[in-house]
Write a protein that binds this ligand. Structure first.
Ligand code: ZN
Length: 295
């Protein structure tokens, strides 16, 4: 009987070990933005992500400079990594027509590069100009996206509007809430136009749940970006926290987004001078820990 008991006990231990160890190693939905691991060129990032078991990569356009996007895409996939998106297009508004036209051309290049890279999605930081009203900027954003849609359609590339925190409304984006992003998506009314949901920009919004459901119901919740909000924030651009370092209810928001139907990659996008001072390998390890513990 004692032998049977011991066997049963061993089985219980093995079971517990599997139950506790298994989820700790699950990086099947972890995507990292190349800008997060800024210390690494594309090739090194791909090798290191592959070794670490990171499943997805969002490539920032600077990382394609001097590279053939199709070859870059092949290399990423050969490492077993999924290309989640190309970051970023946008910046449509301009005081003069010429600059708006240049922006459309640049966005077309981004769409072509995404297609060559094998990225299904271009993230849009839509832009704003201090010299004109947000209403006018939003109109120019809507027009700008509309004029790239035929190309996006022919290449099958999705476009994701990323609403930015209102503190960026002066010169980075005139789209500052999920509600406004939903309105512009409604206006454009196209299956390739959707939203990139970034907790950094949206966590404070009392209407988040309703607008998330609205986006999910319209099949436009295309991407989910995570980091954290530091208190105090010393630099709005480059003092983002690693998940768990700040005050965002990451588990609550993820539950809400997944409850609405999102099942895509969890993309870690951290701009942090504090972390960038450390060795990049150390940062990636911290990202993986934070991903498991806090997202
Ligand atoms: Zn983002």
């Amino acid at each position: 009987a004692s032998h049977a008991n011991r066997r049963a006990h061993e089985h219980t231990l093995l079971f517990l070990r599997l139950m506790t160890a298994q989820p700790l190693k699950d990086f099947s939905r972890l995507c990292v933005h190349t800008i997060t691991t800024k210390g690494w060129e594309l090739e090194e990032a791909v090798d290191r992500y592959g070794e670490a078991g990171v499943s997805g990569i969002t490539v920032w356009r600077q990382w394609l400079e001097g590279r053939n996007p199709a070859e870059a895409g092949q290399r990423i996939r050969a490492a077993g990594i999924e290309v989640v998106s190309l970051c970023r297009g946008g910046f449509y508004p301009g005081l003069e027509e010429k600059s708006r036209e240049e922006s459309v051309e640049d966005n077309k290049r981004a769409i072509e590069d995404a297609a060559a890279l094998g990225a299904p999605l271009v993230v849009l930081v839509c832009g704003a100009v201090p010299g004109q009203s947000l209403v006018e900027s939003r109109k120019q954003i809507t027009d700008g996206i509309a004029s790239t849609l035929p190309l996006a359609e022919s290449l099958g590339v999705k476009l994701a509007i990323e609403p930015l925190h209102p503190m960026y409304a002066d010169d980075r984006s005139a789209i500052n809430t999920l509600g406004t992003a939903n309105e512009i998506c409604d206006e454009l009314n196209h299956p390739l136009v959707g939203i990139a949901f970034d907790v950094y920009h949206l966590w404070w919004d009392p209407d988040l749940e309703g607008q998330t459901q609205r986006a999910a119901d319209a099949n436009r919740l295309f991407a989910y970006h995570v980091c954290d909000w530091m208190t105090p924030t010393s630099d709005l651009l480059n003092d983002r926290g690693l998940m768990g370092e700040g005050c965002i209810d990451l588990r609550g928001i993820r539950g809400m987004v997944e409850g609405a139907g999102f099942d895509g990659m969890i993309e870690v996008e951290v701009f942090s001078n504090r972390w960038w001072e450390k060795p990049t390998a150390e940062f990636l390890e911290a990202i993986q820990q934070a991903y498991l513990q806090h997202t």
